[in-house]
Design a protein around this ligand. Structure first.
Ligand SMILES: NC(=O)C1=CN([C@@H]2O[C@H](COP(=O)(O)OP(=O)(O)OC[C@H]3O[C@@H](n4cnc5c(N)ncnc54)[C@H](O)[C@@H]3O)[C@@H](O)[C@H]2O)[C@@H](O)CC1
Ligand SMILES: [K+]
Length: 493
């Protein structure tokens, strides 16, 4: 699903107004109604409610919510941030509609007019939405501080005021929302960790914007969904044999880090590779043969014929000692098909940047943000790191999976965010499982981009399914591997 920029969201509203067709004020009524219904369904309307409005359409939503609440027997008070400028047409219409119903409308011209807010109250933030065009300063910034300092729960309408949709808001004044009710679809600002403390729980409310618009636009970012993943799974035909599903070589493991190699090997097998050979230190031979009897083993020092393999997965538990460095160098010199590079392979490349140019085109790199920064340089915020990953994916070209709560698959200058997974997966070893999965898919001749997308999606989905019998505390990487079967079955059903 496409992820829209602030400008495209405004175009989507306009498209809906023209092609549904629906009057702008009626679309605002629909948006406000979805918020009012949510507030009532969640039983938040019994609190003392204060609605803070700007004079744009976000403020217009706030005024419409106030009226709809009054019609449902609730008595909110309304505070309008007053700069002297006229409100938008829809704001003015909603103000006119509200006036006959309540006297509780106040204009905030200076801090002296700010109302007292009790901790038990409910605050609705309709100050600024997707039309924000500069950081908050002056009276709006003081009002945001005043609301935040009250300790009251805040429902942000569409977006917490002060937060940009498609650029960083780091260091700016922002509303700290308990809940954000955002219209129609998730936006980029909700996918990045640096914003998470500000938007709280996010609910996407369907306001029935016209779907035809989505076919017309070109989006830089997308959300991976089940439909996309299922559609790209290759059938396993009845007359296939193990050769059909490829042979992967997993270069992993070192003293004290054989667990990483075992996890990657198991997940690689559970993802359906035809044959797996692990390339491990000699002293770890019995560990691998015992823990993963399905995998073949080559020991370090041997000189494998790399052309035999459909792909290589390099990194889990490899270490960064000299022998690992020269092993990686040899592999990159001798092999020209796309490979998967993770963990220590990425750390080695960070210390030997010239190696990056030797990584076969179309390879999949799976750094977490720190590994990414070591590879491509530090970024002042999440948005710039994201852009760097997108740019690098085109420049080299590589598939870069920037791991996070919503992992990003960067490919050819565009980005796809994963939507599966949970906080229980933030534990050592889950990355090794991902490496095994993607290595397996590459060996099965999925294109690197599709292998990366299916990989992150099924990895997170298995993590989610495993919560049926584990908790976020107890979840282990092995549980993810065990749940891969159910995940694939569900994707194919
Ligand atoms: N028909 C539509 O376009 C719909 C719009 N909706 C609402 O409309 C919102 C967008 O409305 P608008 O585009 O009017 O924009 P906003 O309501 O977000 O506010 C923008 C206004 O504030 C000013 N402004 C921007 N940054 C400022 C700052 N830092 N300090 C002071 N003033 C600043 C702008 O110049 C503009 O006048 C959405 O977030 C959503 O809540 C919804 O009602 C759904 C339908
Ligand atoms: K808002």
């Amino acid at each position: 699903m496409k992820l829209l920029s602030a400008q495209q969201i405004h175009q989507w509203d306009a498209f809906t107004i023209m092609h549904e067709p629906v009057a702008s004020i009626d679309l605002m009524e629909r948006a406000a109604q979805s918020c009012t219904d949510w507030i009532i369904e969640n039983n938040l309307h019994s609190k003392t409610i204060r609605i803070f409005c700007g004079k744009g359409n976000n403020g217009g939503d706030g005024l419409a919510i106030a009226r709809q609440l009054i019609e449902r027997g609730v008595n909110p008070s309304v505070f309008i941030l007053e700069f002297g400028a006229k409100g938008t047409d829809d704001f003015q219409t909603n103000l006119n509609r509200l006036h006959p119903l309540t006297t509780e409308i106040y204009f905030l011209q200076s801090e002296d007019f700010f109302p007292e807010i009790q901790k038990e109250d409910l605050t609705i933030d309709a100050l600024f939405g997707s039309g924000l065009n500069r950081p908050l300063t002056g009276l709006s910034a003081s009002l945001v501080d005043h609301i935040n300092n009250s300790g009251a729960e805040v429902i942000a309408i569409d977006v917490p005021s002060g937060m940009f949709i498609d650029k960083s808001s780091l260091g700016n004044r922002l509303i700290k929302a308990t809940y954000t009710l955002t219209f129609q679809s998730l936006k980029l600002n909700f996918l990045l960790a640096e914003n998470a403390v500000w938007f709280g729980y996010v609910e996407v409310l369907d306001i029935r914007l016209h779907h035809a618009f989505l076919q017309e636009i070109d989006a830089d970012f997308n959300l991976l969904d089940k439909h996309f993943i299922s559609r790209h799974l290759i059938d396993r035909k009845p007359f296939s044999h193990k050769g059909t599903f490829g042979h992967a070589l997993l270069v992993a493991g070192n003293k004290g880090k054989m667990g990483a190699a075992v996890l990657a090997a198991r997940s690689c097998l559970r993802t359906g590779v035809g044959l797996l050979t692990t390339f491990i230190p000699e002293e770890a031979l019995s560990i691998m043969q015992t823990a993963v009897p399905e995998a073949m083993v080559l020991v370090r020092g041997e000189n494998p014929d790399l052309d035999k393999y459909n792909t290589l997965g390099i990194g889990p538990g490899l270490g960064t000692a000299d022998d690992a460095v020269s092993l990686l160098k040899t592999m990159l010199e001798k092999y020209s098909q796309p490979v998967v590079l993770d963990a220590d392979a990425l750390n080695i490349i960070s210390g030997n940047k010239q190696l990056l140019k030797q990584v076969p085109q179309g390879s999949v790199l799976t750094p977490h943000p720190k590994e990414f920064d070591r590879l491509f340089g530090e970024s002042p915020n999440d948005f710039e790191r994201l852009q760097k990953a997108i740019d690098a994916s085109k420049e080299y070209p590589l598939i870069i999976i920037l791991k996070g709560h919503y992992s990003l698959v960067a490919h050819n200058g565009k980005g796809w965010f994963n939507t599966t997974g949970n906080a229980g997966m933030a534990t050592g070893g889950t990355g090794d499982v991902l490496t095994g999965i993607i290595t397996s898919l590459l060996a099965q001749k999925y294109t690197p981009f599709i292998a990366a997308c299916i990989g992150v999606y099924v990895h997170g989905m298995a993590g989610d399914l495993a919560l049926a019998y584990q908790s976020e505390e107890s979840l282990l990487p092995s549980d993810i591997i065990e749940a891969l079967g159910t995940a694939f079955n569900q994707l194919r059903s």
